[in-house]
Design a protein around this ligand. Sequence first.
Ligand SMILES: Cc1cc2nc3c(=O)[nH]c(=O)nc-3n(C[C@H](O)[C@H](O)[C@H](O)COP(=O)(O)OP(=O)(O)OC[C@H]3O[C@@H](n4cnc5c(N)ncnc54)[C@H](O)[C@@H]3O)c2cc1C
Length: 322
Amino acid sequence: MTARRCIAILGAGPAGLSAALWLRNLGFDPRVLDAADRAGGLQKLNFLANEWVLGQPGQTGPALAARFVEHAGAAGIRIQTGIRPQRLDGVAGNFHLRQSDGATLDCAAVLIATGTRYRAAEVFAGVAGIEGVPADRIAYGPHAFADLAAQTGQRILIVGGGDNAYENARLLLPMAASVFLAMRSRPRAQQSLALAVAEGVATGRCRVMHPASVTAVAKGAAGLEVTLAVGDRSERVVVDRIHVLAGYQPNTAFLRELLAPELFAALRFDEQGYLRIDEAGRCAPGLYAAGDVCNPRFPSVVSALAQGAIAAKTIEMDTRTT
Ligand SMILES: Cc1cc2nc3c(=O)[nH]c(=O)nc-3n(C[C@H](O)[C@H](O)[C@H](O)COP(=O)(O)OP(=O)(O)OC[C@H]3O[C@@H](n4cnc5c(N)ncnc54)[C@H](O)[C@@H]3O)c2cc1C
């Protein structure tokens, strides 16, 4: 197949793989590169059943991710993992993508589907004593949902006030000794989760603190002594573990180095660093994006699949020669 039919896809999550399938069906040669050692995207870290994908009841995140990868493989799509795109030069219809393994891909268009990553240790920048907390006492992002049964009888501080933080609290409340939720602004969780946490508050096993931020952590005989600024007071809670569910940020920083200056200059980002696209998935001539990296209103597997499909169809229309 010629370079004119080759489309580079950065990211092998639901958005990238869906775009690849559609492109394949539309007669293209999609090449998927993923920096991670395994394809599948964020769902590889969703340890719970994902009940939000029509036709896939009871699938855990890793099972769903494996199905997507298997389907793409069965369709003959080439997926390379552990590979980073290093430099993109050229123009729409004639791009050259240098990869971290030294190979160069000549392609007509590039789709960016690099998703997001969870906020981790940077959340505690400047917090006194944080470096002395053993790694197995802090869980970041999806890891806060791993092996929940092991948290039976534990006292847990959850940092964050969105759906993920409240979902974590809801799941922990039946088994944990106590759950503290600390968030910088007002709670933002969906109503069903807020109601579940409110029940925990009513029974005295849960406490919600806002506006609150952790200022210091010390390892004491009774557990982790966490000092928080809560409004204009200082409070201390003693816990066994800290779960950080402080949101996600887009994987777009690499684009500044990847893209030749004239290509980078054509991209637009929102104030949080997400890529701006038009309603058909275009970022700039020959450059497209899909999935969580574009800050969809409701980030999810199905919206990523749909955006991948839309971008693929747009590429097909934009590259027509007749
Ligand atoms: C714990 C958890 C639970 C979730 N539960 C649900 C749920 O129940 N239902 C639901 O619908 N959604 C759920 N989501 C959200 C869902 O997983 C995402 O919305 C979806 O995965 C987004 O797909 P994506 O392809 O845009 O991005 P991702 O899945 O993030 O995939 C992006 C891919 O790009 C790769 N990448 C990143 N940077 C580079 C780079 N520079 N070069 C090459 N590759 C790169 C990454 O390795 C990754 O494989 C959950 C998310 C998490 C974290």
